[in-house]
Design a protein. Structure first.
Length: 218
C-alpha cells in the first residue's frame, strides 16, 4: 500500500474550521430566582396601570414637559415608566420586561437590573419630553424596555465567547431587525421613546462595559 491509498484525516485548518470552544458564561441557563426583580417590576407596572385608568390619582402618574419644567413634578419621570395606558399596552412591553429583566439580573447582577436600567429609563423620558410639545403626555416602559434590549446586545457581543465575533455581530443585527422594528404603525405609540431608549442603552452599555463582569447565573 502506497501513501496515496492511506486514509486521510483532514486537519480543521484545511477548511478554516473553528475548534470547539469550552462553554462561555452565557451558555448556562439562568436560575428562575433571578426573575424575581422582573416579576416585581411587572407587578408594579400592573398596579400603576390599574390606578391610572380607574382612580383620579392616576393623573399624577404620567409625565410631560410642562409637568417637569413648569410644575417641577419630578417624580413623574419615574412613575411614567411603570404606568401604561391600558393592559394591552402593558402586555406589549411585558415580554421584554420579563425576559430581559431576568437575563440582565441573572448574568450581570441587580446593579444592571433593575437599578441601572431604571436610571436609563429616567434619562430616556427626560430626553423625549424635552423634544415633544410641553403638553404631550408620556407613559409606558417602552423606552426602558428598548434600553434593556440594547444593554443585552452590548453585553452579549462582549461575553458570548462561544462564538466568533462575526457570528455574534450577525446574530445581534438579525435579532435587532426582527425585534426592534415595528411591523405596523400606531399613532399612539411613541416611536421616539423606542429610538431614544435603544440609543441610550447602547451608549450606557458601552460606557459601563469595562466595569460590569459576567457571573454564573445559578
Amino acid at each position: 500500500m502506497n501513501d496515496e491509498d492511506k486514509d486521510y484525516y483532514p486537519d480543521p485548518e484545511d477548511f478554516n474550521i473553528e475548534p470547539r470552544r469550552p462553554p462561555g458564561p452565557l451558555a448556562h441557563f439562568p436560575s428562575l430566582r433571578h426573575s424575581m426583580p422582573a416579576l416585581l417590576c411587572f407587578f408594579i407596572c400592573y398596579m400603576a396601570t390599574v390606578a391610572y385608568y380607574r382612580y383620579p390619582a392616576g393623573e399624577y402618574l404620567w409625565v410631560s414637559g410642562r409637568s417637569i419644567y413648569l410644575n417641577h413634578e419630578y417624580w413623574r419621570l419615574l412613575t411614567a415608566i411603570f404606568t401604561h395606558a391600558d393592559l394591552s399596552h402593558l402586555l406589549a412591553n411585558a415580554l421584554i420586561l420579563l425576559v430581559f429583566g431576568w437575563m440582565l439580573k441573572a448574568y450581570f447582577g441587580w446593579i444592571v437590573f433593575p437599578l441601572f436600567t431604571i436610571l436609563i429609563g429616567l434619562i430616556t423620558n427626560l430626553i423625549v419630553i424635552t423634544v415633544y410639545d410641553p403638553g404631550t403626555k408620556l407613559l409606558g416602559a417602552s423606552g426602558m424596555a428598548y434600553a434593556m434590549v440594547a444593554l443585552w446586545l452590548v453585553f452579549y457581543l462582549r461575553h458570548d465567547v462561544d462564538h466568533r465575533v462575526p457570528v455574534r455581530m450577525l446574530r445581534a443585527v438579525g435579532f435587532s431587525l426582527v425585534m426592534m422594528f415595528p411591523s405596523t404603525f400606531d399613532p399612539r405609540v411613541s416611536y421616539l421613546a423606542h429610538a431614544v431608549g435603544f440609543g441610550a442603552g447602547l451608549v450606557a452599555g458601552l460606557m459601563v462595559l469595562p466595569f460590569i463582569s459576567v457571573r454564573e447565573p445559578v
